[in-house]
Design a protein around this ligand. Sequence first.
Ligand SMILES: CC(C)(COP(=O)(O)OP(=O)(O)OC[C@H]1O[C@@H](n2cnc3c(N)ncnc32)[C@H](O)[C@@H]1OP(=O)(O)O)[C@@H](O)C(=O)NCCC(=O)NCCS
Length: 402
Amino acid sequence: MAELTDVFFVDGMRTPFGRAGEKGMYWNTRADDLVVKAIIGLMERNGDVPKDRIDDVAIAATSQTGDQGLTLGRTAAILAGLPLTVPGLAIERMCAGAMTSVTTMGASIGVGMYDLALAGGVEHMGRHPIGGNVDPNPRFVAEKLVDPGALNMGVTAERIHDRFPHLTKERADRFGVASQHKVQAAYEAGKIQPDLVSVAVKDAEGAWGLATEDEGRRPETTLEGLATLKTPFRPHGRVTAGTSSPLTDGATISLLAGADAVKEFGLAPKMRMVSFAFAGVEPEIMGIGPIPSTEKALKKAGLTIDDIGLFELNEAFAIQVISLLDHFGIDDDDPRVNPWGGAIALGHPLAASGVRLMIQLAAHFAERPDVRYGLTAMCVGLGQGGSVIWENPFFDGKKKRK
Ligand SMILES: CC(C)(COP(=O)(O)OP(=O)(O)OC[C@H]1O[C@@H](n2cnc3c(N)ncnc32)[C@H](O)[C@@H]1OP(=O)(O)O)[C@@H](O)C(=O)NCCC(=O)NCCS
């Protein structure tokens, strides 16, 4: 009889994130090749893990057509050179795709059915624009189930401003500037690069290059500059390109293991999964989704928000992160939150981003033995939130750093 077991995040890697569109570095690169490259990089870095012992490969994508179609987990596993005996599946929960890959594989490990699994996601938003190729049921609008604006994520962000007027544009702008500056500082300190898998890319003329860094960063961002930007989602609105995650191409992957596999293969896990939860909210203000999902995950873990020493929150929009911080009484510039910046600067390739948060939290944990618990959380289109709480294996039980 299989027994319940601890679930560990052993390691994670990702491709550099590219700006979506014709001018972006991945315009001539297939989406599936991005995730294949990430898998190869991760397996190389974890060479002691026997490939034939991987029990499953879960890869998320929001748009599951074309080069993101065809049961990505299976196709990517074959293309990455995993043995044909290793199965795979595709996962879809919009922005929380990779997070759901991790929780689904994590749960399978937790109940003792799997020993090792790969979990990640990919989104080539240049080749697969948000909402492209979908056919929403007309009942959503005809029966007023969901406002048509709920399908435009930027509009839902504007509505958070409407709902909570004390969460001002100026606060969002400050958050956007800080994200850019924190990412740049992290790059300069060499914090981000170790978990990136370089990708060979071809430009429009067919010349080869190598993608080694996230492309969308704007370190020169200033508060004054952001104040002048257009508000693309509403005339005289408050959300701008400076406070939104940009359209992005990229892929992420993680290796998960149960306690027995950690022992058997002598692995050194970077995080232990404590709890996870997803929750639904009104689709019209989808960005507040991580508030109830975090509350659920905390409850499951028997923890409170004060137990969380580090937060990796996906910055789909500055305002939706601020709404979560405000709810929990955390300052917009609290140093525990996104210490190396976030998606506003790095990009948000929808179904890939959840594992990017985990990769970053894992890197923090290694440097912060004073922190026991960390949270990865994100909002999800059509009104959902996802949260995973992690424990730091390097926690040394000493007093919290101020
Ligand atoms: C906000 C959004 C519409 C902007 O798209 P875009 O107009 O193609 O973005 P750009 O990068 O061209 O930026 C627009 C302008 O702002 C400027 N800009 C962007 N970020 C800036 C910054 N940090 N500092 C200064 N200027 C900035 C650009 O230079 C550009 O200026 P220009 O018009 O003079 O060329 C797009 O990024 C978007 O839809 N984001 C949300 C994606 C989403 O919904 N994801 C899912 C979340 S749940």
